[in-house]
Ligand binder design. Sequence first.
Ligand code: NAD
Ligand code: TYD
Length: 360
Amino acid sequence: MKKVLVTGGAGFIGSNFVHYLLGTARDLKIQIVNLDALTYAGSLENLKDLPEGHYTFVQGDICNRDLVRGLLDQYQIDTIVHFAAESHVDRSILSPEPFIQANVIGTFTLLEAARQYWLIEKALPIDEIRFHHVSTDEVYGTLDPEDPAFSETTPYAPNSPYAASKAASDHLVRSYHHTYQLPVTISNCSNNYGPRQFPEKLIPLIILNALSGKSLPVYGDGQQIRDWLFVTDHCEAIYKILTQGVSGQTYNIGGNNQSANLTIVETVCDLLDEMQPAAEPRRNLIKFVTDRPGHDRRYAMNISKIDRELGWKPRYSLTDGLIATVQWMLANPEWVVAIQKQSEYQTWLTKNYDKREKSS
Ligand code: NAD
Ligand code: TYD
């Protein structure tokens, strides 16, 4: 891994991964090219203060075949770490089409460019190249309370257009390994949270609403369970897979932190009350609203494979991760203001929540 193309590196996890590579991992032997379309979810605010000389940003679409092919050639890319995607389930329910475009056609375009450039044109040795695909636990569907956690052999059963588009992309990646021997790895990860997460997702939305005294929307009965992972732990797991993982393998990544949504919201309220006391307890802002259609009840990840084979385990407890997330938000008011000013964000809040609140 010397010349790395990161896709979607201006988004939440991708930008944390760039910071991780050049900061925590201090892997300064590498050059990073970050290809991101800067959709509503991507921001250059996420990429400040990176060490000079190791990093290039290119604004563009992963569906643009000529652009992707040109970048592989221009920068002699040997590793692709593919984060770029439409990533929010609620948006996929209201408008599924961009998910098919970015997640399915986008992944196909990258795979095809990699195959053409690495395998056909350059005929590079397979141990010198790698395509890593970042995916989700949502491809496995939903669990009942007593079901065992998802493992790498759980059959796919995606329930939302988002999950189905990610499942399709996983299948394409798998097929390029099986048919063309493209060296690939796939990681399926549970819900992330942490610095730089766009506040359409549960935890940053709740933190920002609570700080400004707005209502805290909890879908349905709030008893849906997710397995929460602090984003830096995810970045470390991906780095392990890139440096030690076996081509053709899938690795499940999770936080060993199963928690109901209502518990998460209450915990955030209590932490904020301690860190920034308000006139009233923030729990008073909680509002149960109309449920998400087709809402998956529970996700949980069995992470014994990545633990056993690569020696990775999450480091952050849920409490420590939530404290770090709130502290980051409080320390970065300019980031918060920039996102809140985005007209697209305000439009999204109206589109997703106004009807819900009226009908609850
Ligand atoms: P995000 O929505 O915060 O960021 C996505 C980034 O991709 C943005 O910067 C956006 O501009 C870019 N992008 C979107 N379409 C593009 C296109 N066509 N061309 C180029 N760039 C494009 O997403 P995230 O939460 O950082 O998720 C990153 C990846 O991790 C996704 O593949 C997602 O499916 C996966 N994942 C996310 C989570 C989670 O909890 N957030 C959990 C598991 C897996
Ligand atoms: P989200 O952060 O959108 O992630 P995902 O849908 O990928 O799991 O949502 C996490 C959980 O929180 C999910 O069960 C839906 C729920 N949720 C709410 O209850 N209220 C909200 O306003 C949002 C955005 C999510």
